[in-house]
Design a protein around this ligand. Structure first.
Ligand code: ATP
Ligand code: MG
Length: 572
């Protein structure tokens, strides 16, 4: 937290000064009123009374102005801090490896970046300032009370004991309840987010009511947890209020008796009661502040769970940058093993594979055999759990990540497009790409349809490119990878959504690009194999066979099996 507060230290110091002035101005009024009662009012001195009235009004006005400025300041500072943390979380999310996102539901992340951070901010802007200022205020008031009449002040002090006990019990129960509610709120966001993303699948399967049921259950849980939490708060607050009122009543009665006995002046009793009223409000609000503080603490915990997750894939110390022009493009897998986090099954069990510079190597294998996993390794979307991958003989972990990814580019099966213009989507991997690069890539990917969109290349495409067909999306994703002109191009089944005719056209154009590019291409259909110089068959976590298509057709029954099964799958 300190890291995020430090840049605002001067503003915060100013803020605290204003809080202090605010308190002093507020607490100057009761003694002034007391003095007015015992002085000019008792003596009937109208002139002096006017002076008192003027001073009291002046102090009140000052208090109001200070209050206004402080509140503005407080909110602005807290908002700025919130924005900083949100930015930090977002950047951090970008650095975390993809496995992190597999494990975390998007809704939970969303909740943390929005709701939880908002809660932390509100506490900083409201609760925390209030908590500290009311603590300061309580101390000053207590001193004043003891100074006015110590016997009455003792009653007030005694009441602090039950208040403290209730407060402690509250802390113990409220924190876990608040945490549960926040986690559940993440579940509800996740359910909503999944339904929004999967709306088509849900409708197509006729599962609207089922999903609504599921959502309702989660929402219901949230409701119950919310009520439970608020009940805990309500109980403590009422107890606080009851004790405070009892305290006020007792001092009023005893104080009146003391005035009657001449032990206390009416003015001092008035000042005492006024100060005590000032004390009531912080006490009653203490419950509210504790609730918010608690919530903010557990919200901060949730944000920190994200921030504290160390990126597992990062630059090794001494990693070197690589440059596109100095790369020949020899990619080698050496005894590569891989298993996903929290999963003992090994997807890859010792893959040895060498792709020569400029060669196009196809990867074939049954569905679920680990092809996507395998091709996620060269750009370090995942790191092998054993063995190593080298680029021109250097372990890719000794290369700077950013530069590695500018040299090795991957296009995935599921083409994710972003809500920006077509041009921006295409230039994502190479922001300085010029018009010619973009046009060439569009041609290679047979994506000329983009020119027919309402605004051509400047057409904004929707979230995930939903307004485009699957094949159109795939072609844009392919063009996006081609624009980068990487040394190593990795394509995960890039043509699966295309009709045979378009596929053929793309292949022809792609061949030209692939001439001087090392390429690793996952294929399902026999027709796509035509792109490749050689084919490797991935089977049970190893490369079971490697050679040209015709060699494998002759020598590997397993390969024939895989390809014909796929071909049938397409036909069916
Ligand atoms: N994020 C993940 N966490 C855990 N296991 C995973 C993850 N992704 C894939 N797997 C598992 O790893 C295995 C290989 O999956 P992978 O996606 O690499 O197969 P594939 O060969 O690309 O299949 P397809 O041909 O259907 O695309 C599968 O058994 C799958 O269940
Ligand atoms: Mg796959």
């Amino acid at each position: 937290m300190r890291r995020y507060l430090y840049p605002y230290r001067y503003r915060l110091a100013l803020l605290w000064t204003m809080v202090l002035l605010n308190i002093c101005a507020g607490l100057a009024v009761p003694p002034l009123v007391g003095a007015a009662i015992d002085g000019p009012i008792t003596d009937g001195d109208l002139g002096a009374l006017w002076v008192f009235a003027g001073v009291i009004a002046g102090v009140g006005a000052l208090d109001a102005v200070l209050n206004l400025i402080r509140r503005y300041f407080q909110t602005a500072t807290a908002m700025a801090i919130e924005a900083d943390i949100r930015e930090a979380v977002y950047e951090h999310l970008q650095r975390l490896h993809t496995g992190f996102h597999d494990r975390w539901q998007t809704g939970q992340l969303l909740a943390r970046v929005t709701v939880d951070l908002g809660m932390v901010r509100r506490f900083f802007a409201g609760g925390m300032v209030f908590a500290i200022s009311s603590t300061g205020m309580t101390i000053i008031i207590m001193v004043q009370l003891f100074w006015i009449e110590w016997r009455l002040a003792l009653i007030v002090a005694v009441a602090a004991v039950p208040l403290f006990l209730i407060g402690r019990g509250f802390f113990r129960n409220y924190l876990p309840a608040a945490r549960k509610e926040q986690d559940q709120s993440g579940e509800v966001s996740s359910a909503a987010e999944e339904s929004a993303n999967g709306i088509r699948a849900i409708k197509a399967l006729g599962r609207g009511p089922l999903m609504a049921d599921r959502f309702e259950k989660e929402a219901e849980k949230l409701r119950v947890l919310g009520i439970r939490k608020n009940l805990i708060a309500a109980k403590s607050w009422s107890a606080f209020g009851a004790i405070a009122s009892t305290m006020l009543g007792s001092t009023l009665v005893i104080g009146a008796i003391m005035v009657a006995n001449g032990q206390l002046t009416p003015g001092l009793l008035t000042a005492f009661i006024m100060l005590q009223l000032n004390l009531l409000w912080p006490i009653e609000a203490a419950g509210w502040v504790m609730a918010h503080g608690n919530e903010a603490m557990s919200a901060a915990d949730r944000v920190y769970e994200v921030l504290d997750t160390e990126p597992t894939i990062r630059d090794r110390p001494g990693a070197k940058a690589v440059d596109r022009s100095s790369i020949r493009g020899k990619l080698a897998f050496e005894g590569v093993r891989f298993s996903f986090d929290d999963d003992d099954r090994e997807v890859l069990r010792g893959v040895d594979l060498e792709v020569r510079p400029g060669e196009t190597l196809a990867i074939a294998g049954r569905t679920g055999s680990g092809k996507t996993t395998l091709v996620s390794l060269p750009s370090r979307l995942n790191d092998p759990t054993g063995g190593r991958i080298t680029l021109d003989g250097t372990d890719i972990r000794d290369l700077k990540l950013e530069s590695l990814r500018s040299v090795v580019t991957t296009a995935f099966e599921e083409a994710t497009l972003f809500s920006m213009s077509v041009r921006e989507n295409l230039a994502l991997g190479r922001p300085n790409a010029d018009e010619h690069d973009v046009e060439q890539a569009v041609r290679v990917a047979q994506a000329e349809f983009v020119y027919d969109l309402p605004y051509g290349l400047d057409t904004r495409i929707g979230e995930q490119g939903l307004s485009l067909s699957g094949g159109q999306r795939q072609r844009l994703a392919l063009a996006r990878a081609v624009v980068v002109r990487p040394a190593v191009l990795v394509l995960d089944d890039p043509l699966s959504a295309l009709d045979v005719h378009t596929e053929e056209l793309v292949e022809k154009a792609l061949e030209q690009v692939l001439v001087d590019t090392t390429a690793l291409v996952v294929v399902h259909r026999p027709s796509t194999v035509a792109l490749a110089d050689r084919v490797a068959l991935l089977h049970e976590g190893r490369i079971a066979a490697i050679g040209t298509h015709s060699e494998l057709m002759e020598g590997s029954p397993e390969y024939v099996d895989v390809l014909s099964a796929e071909a049938e799958g397409v036909a069916a």
